[in-house]
Design a protein around this ligand. Structure first.
Ligand code: GDP
Ligand code: MG
Length: 446
C-alpha cells in the first residue's frame, strides 16, 4: 500500500537542507510505482516524474521536515497542476456561442457514458445555467441508443429532437441545429455513436459531424475505469477532433482515476466535469486537487506531512491507534494523551480536514468544536483523578466526582460533561477503527 510505503520513506534522511537527486531517488521510485498502480499510462508517469524532479532539485527543506516530506509537498502541488489546477477555476466552465444555439458535441467510445452524460449536462445547463436545451442522438447504429437519449432527456425536462436509424449522422446534426434556431434553444447537445474500439470509419464519421455542426464545445467522454488504455483512446480522439474539454465518468467506482492524468498528458485539455453516479444528478465540476490526492492515495500522507510540520508526537498517536485497533480499552489515560495530541494538532477537526472525504464522514457525528474548547479544562479534570479512576472511569460515581471537581476547581456538572465527552470520544474512536486515521497512524509507526 502506497501510504505505508511512502510513510516509511518519508521519515528517512532527516537533517538534510535541500532536495537532491540522491535524497529524492527512493521517494520518486515510490511515487512512480504509485502512479503505475493507479493505472496512469507510462509516458504520462515519465513526464510527471521528470517534472517533479526538475521542480524539487535544490528546493529547501524547511523546519522539522525530512527531504521525503518536503518532496511529498512538491509531488502534490505538481500533480494538482497537471490535473489542471493551474488552469484556474474557469477551466471547468462551458463556453456558449454569442449567436445561439451553442453546440456541444459528445465524443468517446461506446459504454463510457456519453448518453447518460448528455442527460446530466442537459439537466445542469437547464437548472444551473437557465438554458433552453435540445438534445439529439446521432447514434444510428443501435435504435435503442436513440430511445435511451429520449428517455434521459425527458427525465430532466429538456427538449429532444427525434432521429431515426435510417438518417445520416451529419443530417441529424444539421436538422437539429436548424430546429434549435427556429425554436430559440440556447444549447444543442449532440450525442454520438461509439464503437467498442477505435476504428477509422467511426473517426471519419464524427469528424464529419463536427465539421457540419461546428460545435463550440467538443467534449471527450472517458471512463475512469479504463485505466492505461485511456492514453490510446485519448490520442485517437485528440487527433481526429479539436477537443475543447474532457468529462471523466464513473469516478464513483473504485478506480484511482489514473486515466485523468493520461488524458491530460495527451490532450492538454481541461477536464471539465466528473461523472459520479448513474443517476442524472451525478455530475460534478472537476476538482484537480482532489483528483491529484485520489490518484496518489495521498490524503493520509499529506496529513502526515502537515502534522510533522507541527511537531506532533507521532509515536504516541500510533501507539494509541494500535491499542484501539487491537481492541484494547480506551481509558482516561488514553483520553488524556489524546487531548494533549489534539492541542498540538490544532484540534481533531483540523486533523480530519486533511483526511480523504469518504473517511471524514465517519466522524461527522462528533461535536469536535466543542470538544476542542474544553480540552484544557478536561485535562485539568483528568489530572485530578487517581490512577485507578483513570484506568476505570466507570468507578467515578457521585463522591469521586465531587472530589475530582474540587481538585480541578470546576463544577461537578463539568466533570459529568467531561465523562460524556470521553464516552463520545470512545464512540468516535470505534467508528474510526479501520478508517483513514488508523491507516495513517499505522503508516507512521516504525
Ligand atoms: P454511452 O455508450 O457512451 O452512451 O454510455 P451510456 O451513457 O449508455 O452509459 C453506459 C453505462 O455506464 C450505463 O449503465 C450508465 O448508467 C453507466 N454510467 C454512465 N456514467 C456513469 C457514472 O458516472 N457512474 C456510474 N456508476 N455509471 C455511469
Ligand atoms: Mg450512447
Amino acid at each position: 500500500n502506497l501510504t505505508q510505503r511512502l510513510a516509511k520513506v518519508v521519515k528517512t534522511m532527516r537533517g538534510e537542507a535541500r532536495l537532491t537527486e540522491a535524497n529524492t531517488a527512493e521517494m520518486l521510485r515510490e511515487v512512480r510505482l504509485a502512479l503505475l498502480e493507479a493505472d496512469v499510462a507510462l509516458p504520462a508517469v515519465r513526464e510527471f516524474i521528470a517534472k517533479v524532479k526538475e521542480k524539487a532539485l535544490g528546493e529547501e527543506v524547511i523546519g522539522s521536515l525530512s527531504p521525503g516530506q518536503a518532496l511529498v509537498g512538491v509531488v502534490q502541488k505538481e500533480l494538482g497542476a497537471l490535473m489542471g489546477a493551474d488552469l484556474g477555476p474557469d477551466a471547468s466552465q462551458l463556453s456558449f456561442a454569442q449567436q445561439p444555439p451553442a453546440v456541444i458535441l459528445m465524443a468517446g467510445l461506446q459504454g463510457v457514458g456519453k448518453t447518460t452524460t448528455t442527460g446530466k449536462l442537459a439537466k445542469y445547463l437547464k437548472e444551473e445555467k437557465k438554458k433552453k436545451v435540445l438534445t439529439v442522438s446521432a447514434d444510428v447504429y443501435r435504435p435503442a441508443a436513440i430511445a435511451q437519449l429520449e428517455s434521459v432527456t425527458k427525465q430532466v425536462g429538456a427538449d429532444f429532437f427525434p432521429s431515426t436509424a435510417s438518417d445520416k449522422p451529419v443530417d441529424i446534426a444539421k436538422n437539429a441545429i436548424d430546429w434549435a434556431k427556429k425554436h430559440y434553444h440556447d444549447v444543442v447537445i449532440i450525442d454520438t455513436a461509439g464503437r467498442l474500439a477505435i476504428d477509422e470509419a467511426m473517426m471519419q464519421e464524427i469528424a464529419a459531424v463536427h465539421a457540419a455542426a461546428n460545435p463550440i464545445e467538443t467534449l471527450f467522454v472517458v471512463d475512469a475505469m479504463v485505466g492505461q488504455d485511456a492514453i490510446n483512446t485519448a490520442k485517437a480522439f485528440n487527433d481526429a477532433l479539436p477537443l475543447t474539454g474532457v468529462i471523466l465518468t464513473k469516478l464513483d467506482g473504485d478506480s484511482r482515476g489514473g486515466a485523468a492524468l493520461s488524458v491530460r498528458h495527451v490532450t492538454g485539455k481541461p477536464i471539465k466535469f466528473a461523472g459520479v453516479s448513474e443517476k442524472l444528478d451525478g455530475l460534478e465540476a472537476f476538482d484537480p486537487a482532489r483528483m491529484a490526492n485520489r490518484v496518489l492515495g495521498m490524503g493520509d500522507i499529506l496529513a502526515l506531512v502537515e502534522e510533522a510540520r507541527k511537531g506532533v508526537d507521532m509515536k504516541a498517536a500510533a501507539d494509541m491507534a494500535n491499542k484501539i485497533k487491537s481492541g484494547g480499552k480506551f481509558d482516561m489515560n488514553d483520553f488524556r494523551a489524546q487531548l494533549a495530541q489534539m492541542k498540538k494538532m490544532g484540534g481533531m477537526a483540523g486533523l480530519l480536514d486533511k483526511l480523504p472525504a469518504q473517511f471524514q464522514q465517519a466522524a461527522s457525528g462528533a461535536n469536535m468544536d466543542q470538544a476542542e474548547k474544553q480540552v484544557r479544562r478536561m485535562c485539568g479534570i483528568i489530572d485530578s483523578m487517581t490512577p485507578l479512576e483513570r484506568a476505570k472511569p466507570e468507578l467515578i460515581k457521585a463522591n469521586r466526582k465531587r472530589r475530582i471537581a474540587a481538585g480541578a476547581g470546576v463544577q461537578v456538572q463539568e466533570v459529568n460533561r467531561m465523562l460524556t465527552q470521553y464516552e463520545q470520544m470512545n464512540t468516535m474512536m470505534k467508528k474510526l477503527k479501520g478508517g483513514g486515521l488508523m491507516k495513517m497512524m499505522r503508516g507512521m509507526k516504525g
